[in-house]
Every structure is written in structure tokens, then in C-alpha cells.
Design a protein around this ligand. Sequence first.
Ligand code: DGJ
Length: 702
Amino acid sequence: MAITFSKDRSIFSLDTQSSSYVFAIENGEHVRHLYWGPKVRNAADFQIRPVERVDSQDAAIDTMAEEYPPFGGLRYKTTAIKPRFPDGTRDLVFRFVEHSVRDGNELVIHLRDAHHKLFVDLHYRLYDDLNVIKRWVEVENRTSADVELSTLASAYFNLPGTDYFYSQVTGHWSAEHQIFRERLQPGRADFQCRKGLTGNTHSPYFILDRGATEERGEVYFGALAYGGNWNVTIESTQFHWVRVALGINSFDFALRLKKGERFATPAVFAGFTELGFSQMSHTMNDLARQIVLPQRARERIHPVLFNSWEATKFDISVHQQIALAKKAAKVGVELFVVDDGWFGQRNSDQAGLGDWVANKKKFPKGLKELTTAVNKLGMEFGLWIEPEMVNPDSNLYRKHPDWIYEFKNRTPTTARNQLVLNLTRPEVQKYLFSVIDALLTENNIAYIKWDMNRPISEPGARNLAPADQCSLWLRHTEAVYELVDALRAKHPHVTFEGCASGGGRIDYGTLGHFDQIWLSDNTDATDRLLIQEGYSYLYPIKAMRAWVTDVPNKITKKSTPLEFRFHSAMCGTLGLGGNLTNYTQKELALCAQKVAEYKRIRHIVQDGHVYRLKSIANGRFHAVQYVYRQAESVLFVFLTAQKYIESNYAVRLRGLDPARRYEVVRREDKFVAFGDYLMNVGISLKMMGDYVSELIHLRATS
Ligand code: DGJ
């Protein structure tokens, strides 16, 4: 059984296929963490030794590994929860009430405060075959007054020892997901976002390894399912434990729980493996495809799309888009998406946000003319929106200037000439639902790209009581999720892509409501290889949109061959974003050939496992392989700059069945070899020139 409980010693053991997570209830008050790591068959073997205090400055409770340490007593470690009761008391003294098990795979530890009727439930749900534990916390106020929570982690972890490396991403707009790995030093490493969205800088997860490689070694990891202000704290303590807390950021945060109210935190998905970073990525990829993504996205192979943004920016018209659509259809595109610029007075980023009606000059007969033409060409139609925003120069703002976040007696700050709508207001929620619903009802729209191009500022909401103002950040994120969910419920055939100035909305919360995400506005094929690599550590390839765009690249000014750009974008869900009306016949023929090739291998990329074999982070050569159920595989190789002495590259493949024979197709050449040969000896490639790339396809023949 996955959840075991030894009554006499109050030990709980949560076992997945290859890991165990063990804790105990001590003295009816402390939930003491005992172990997380490779599977241990008998939880009763655990020896629970008393925790010793170091001296009067370092109490036993501070050195103890606790599952969810509240603020209180002699605790000075990272706090999981901090309340404020009406009498001014700001600590929590836990009492264990009971435990319960739901559906055989979810354990709940029920705690309460020793005096106040504040109840805290720690939830652990097991995904046995994935070796993942989902954790979250529910707090219920059964007192007779309001209780404020100013710190509220979703989950807290304790790892033994301090000899770890941590990995995270860093970056900014158009340079997202730059992965780095550092030795953990004493003290705290904090990663967070305070902007009201996930952000383009870091990602809400932790990865801690003990000298792991792609192929082997212990890795602990956990991802927060929340795209609002978030915080991940890794604390390497002097007591030889590493503590990790993930949750809503305490920055400008306070949640008032009214009498009788219950709040469930966002969840954390956490896992452990001894098989290195690849296995971690496979686990999270599988988790996303089996559990997290909206049902439709789990089952679907995503179509090849065209997006108009880089091709035509704001300067669009129905005839120009139809001309593009004709070219797109010819090369095999299946979904035609019109990006920004189609609505209101949107001729630049100065105006129009909020007025979600087709611009009369650009679309004199409404959107229908274009959607009908696109459908006739055999493609689905998609549209860009940025619902959370309003330009001061818009009809919506002129009519409802009070629908934005603002502080009294302060001028609201614009960014990209726009303000953030107050999504905590029911009228705003209603308005947004009705305009998007009308768009989806009146037009044959299969895809919505949902953007958010600025952070929240002046976080004040006229409709909220003073005591609720600091819950605004949370309420905004919840409102976005509720809006998307309501639209999905009414329009179940529509796919939603999440975007925030490129990759500013990538997290497991967003992935629970959106089918896909836009990874970065940087579409330079070489830069993208690294951005995609960073993304692939914890996020699912299936959700990652990647476009082939024109050269010189709009952002980096770099030029790379069309085939190289295709191969880079084919490592995710392929899109085209260049101005196809300027392409030569030869270029269009190559587009058609590559789109057709992608359609043959996309199930391997989208539903397979990724192996990061070589990276241009360490040289000029890059190799990434995808494996689908050991039956098929595709290898992409890239050489960015040639050095003659290094022209021969041996690539050892991974993830194949050693005992099966595979047909290997490399351009016009073919050969057959066993999986063990391909994985141990490898494929030898001679690659010449700058920015050359290849796609090698393998299929099991036995
Ligand atoms: C930012 C997005 O990342 C781009 O792809 C594009 O949609 C623009 N916004 C449109 O304003």
C-alpha cells in the first residue's frame, strides 16, 4: 500500500514506486520530517531520536525538520505559516487532531491551533508510478472572528545534509530560461516574482542535486502550480538540513480568512530520482501530460500554426492576412493565428486594449471575412487578446476609468502605455467573460493567445475592504484562472496559449488552465536552443510553442539558414512566423517539406521524452533527442560554427531498447543497428559549415 501508518509510533510513510517520504507526529504537536529518498521498505525501522538543542540560542525546535513549521516559539528558520489573530497573537501552536486517507492515495494530516479554532490540513497526494507527491495546505477559520495570514507556504521540504547543488533559470524578456547550477552555500537562496505574474526572470521551482548528471545521481525537485507572486526559498542551515519552502510570496501579501472561510493554497508537485536530470524531466513531462494540462491538451497532438506577429506587427488588414493565409495553407499550416493589431484603434501599442471588436478599417466586414477564408483554406483560426489590460486611449477606459488597479491620490503608472484592469471586480470579470465569449460565439475561433505585457502596479482595488487589499495579487491570479476555465467550459474546442511578453507566464499553475505557452519573443534559432533547453528541465515540450521567423532576426539581428531555423523550432510545437509573402518559391518548398516532416515526427517530440545530449552552452555543437515509447526517436543536431579539427561528432543516443533493432534514417542514408550499439557506440556525424543542422529519424524494426 502506498500510504502506511504505524499507530504506536505515529509514523506515516508515503511510498511511490521508487521513493519513500516519511514523517512522524511527535508529542501530538510536531509533524517531524524523517526521510525523503530511495524507497525504504519498512517505516517501522526508523529510529526517532530526540532532537537536541545546540544551546540556548539554538533551540531543538529550530533544528528539528518539520513538515510545516509555523511562526512561533524559538523557531527562526524559514516559516511556512504565520497568522494574526484579532487579539494580536501572531503565532501558531499546532496540535495534531487526526489523519485521514482519501481514495487510498491522499493523506491529510489535520492540525489545529492549541487555543484558536484555526485548522490547518496538510495534504499529500501520491502519483505512485510517476514517483510524484502533490502537496498543498488548506486552512479553515472556525473562530468567531477574522484571522489574517501573512505567510502561507504551499509545501515545505527538508533534505538531509547540505552538500547540494541547486539549479534555477535566470533571464529577462527575450532571454528567458537560462539554466544555471551552483553549489549551495550556507544561508538562503531566494527566488521569487513580485510582479503579479510568473515573470521572465526565474521559475517557481526548486531542483537540488547531489552531484547528478543527465544520466545519474540524486535529484530532488518540486514545482509550484501558481503564476501569481511566488517565492521559493532554499535555506542551507547550520544544523545540516536544507529547508525548502514554496508558495505565495509574502511580499505585500495578507489574506483575511473570515469566520467560516477555508482557503486551499496552490499545489506543489515534488519528486525524487536517482537517475539524474533526464529522469526528472521525464517525470515532470509525464506529469504534465497525464495530470496537469487541461484534458484536451493531454490527448491532442498540437497543430502547426502560423502567427502574424513578426510578419505584420500592428499593420494588418484583411487582404494582407488572407494573402498570408494562402501561403501558410500551401506549406501545410493547420492553424492561422492573427496576433496583436486586429481590434479597436490598435495601430500601435498606444491604443485599443480593452476594445475587443475588430477594427472597421482593417476588417470592414468584421472578422468573419478572414475566418471564412482561413477555414476555406482548410485551416483553423486563432486570435490574440490581452484581456487583463486597458489602454487609457480606449473606449473601455473612457467609459470605466475606475476599472483599474490604483491607489487613491496617486497617478497610476503606465507600462507599454497600458494599465491593469481590476480583475477582482465582479463587473470587470463579467465584462471580460462576455466580450471574449461573444468573440468565440460569433466567430469560428479555435485558438486564443492570451497575453499580459506588464506587471501590476499601484495594487489598490476600490472594491476591496482595506483588510483585503493585500490579497489583490492572489485574487488577480485566481480571477485569470476562473475566467479561462469558464471560457473553456463554454467553448471546449478552443485551445488557449498563455503568454506574458514572451515567457513571463510559464509555471504549473498556468499549465493547469492553458494548453500551451509562448516561451520567448526571442525567435533566433540559436538563442532558442538554449532557452528551450532551460525550459525542458521541468516543463513539458508539448506545451512549448516555437516559431520559424525571418532573418536577420528581429531581436538578435542574426541570420541563420531556414533549415536550421526549422530544426530549432521543430524541437517544440512548430509554428511559422515569417512573412511568407516575401518567400521565394525555393523557400516555400523547403517550408512545405519541413512542415510535412514535422507532421511525421511530432508525436515523438510532443509526447515523447527529451534527452539533452550536448549543449551549445559548452561549445558549438548541440544535440537533443526525443524518444517515443522506445519505438521511435528523433535526433536533432546543430553546429553553430565550424572548427575543422572538430568536424566529426559522435553522438551516443539514449532511451532506446538495447535489444531492439532500429532503422536510422539520415537524409538519403539508412542503416539498421541495435539499440545497444546506438547508445554505446553511437552515431558518427561529419558536420561542416556554420549553422548546419540535421534531423535523424529512428524507428524500431523489431
Ligand atoms: C508580446 C508577445 O510575446 C508577442 O508574441 C506578441 O503577441 C506581442 N506581445 C503583441 O503585442
